[in-house]
Design a protein around this ligand. Structure first.
Ligand code: HEM
Length: 200
């Protein structure tokens, strides 16, 4: 009979990322829903600002040469310009205080940030549906939450396969997991700071 330890050892890298950040994810999910992002346009605008700061932070990673080699096609995936077009659709500024954007310099941590960013498009299926209540869609206001042209699941499976094809040392993997945790923590911190600036 397999032990729990054995199960953990045999998990793929992508599954280990998921397992290590499940609590972080669920905390962020709960906080986002508590902010009632789809209750009205004002709340949605605040959610867009949050998404904007997050995608602005990860955007340079999608252009990094080393990461592009590890993840073929990466250069076509960033959602920053889609969030900016959503902000424009709502008549909102795309200016961001440089201090609110984090600089990610460690390439192995960057892998965890990318995991967080790409994975967020899975849960976005539900978020995208909710935007319809506010009459937003892929053409207007909710472009960054729309599915990848390949479809969400096939796109995610491709990214997971790329993660699992990496040959990281134990230390590099630990950095990647740390990066994913930092990404969730950053999202949480940004959400809290925006909530202070713009209470419900
Ligand atoms: C209200 C907000 C959110 C909801 C309702 C939500 C929901 C979900 C759901 C249902 C999944 C699929 C889980 C599964 O297949 O087991 C998922 C996956 C994921 N979400 Fe979220 N999510 C939210 C916000 C976020 C945010 C803000 C981020 C990142 C900053 C994020 C990152 C991820 C990641 C990385 C995965 C992939 C997990 C994996 O299979 O490895 N989510 N989310």
């Amino acid at each position: 009979m397999k032990t729990i330890e054995k199960d953990q050892e045999t998990l793929t890298f992508a599954k280990r990322l998921k397992q290590s950040t499940r609590v972080n994810h669920d905390g962020v999910d709960t906080l986002v829903m508590q902010s009632q992002p789809f209750a009205n346009e004002k709340n949605y605008a605040n959610f867009l600002r949050l998404q904007h700061i997050f995608h602005k932070t990860v955007a340079p990673l999608y252009q990094n040469n080393v990461l592009q080699e590890l993840f073929p096609g990466l250069g076509e995936l960033p959602r920053l310009s889609a969030v900016e077009s959503d902000l424009n659709d709502l008549g909102l500024s795309t200016a961001v205080d440089a201090a609110s954007v984090e600089k990610i310099t460690d390439l192995h941590q960057a892998i965890g940030w990318l995991y967080c960013s790409e994975g967020s498009n899975i849960g976005a299926a539900f978020l995208y549906k909710e935007t319809q209540k506010l009459n937003f869609d892929a053409e207007h206001g909710a472009n960054h939450l729309a599915a990848h042209p390949e479809g969400r699941a096939p796109h995610w499976r491709k990214f997971v396969a790329q993660l699992d094809a990496l040959t990281l040392t134990e230390q590099q993997e630990a950095l990647a997991i740390q990066g994913a945790m930092s990404a969730f923590a950053f999202y949480k911190k940004t959400l809290a700071s925006l909530a202070v600036q713009s209470p419900l």
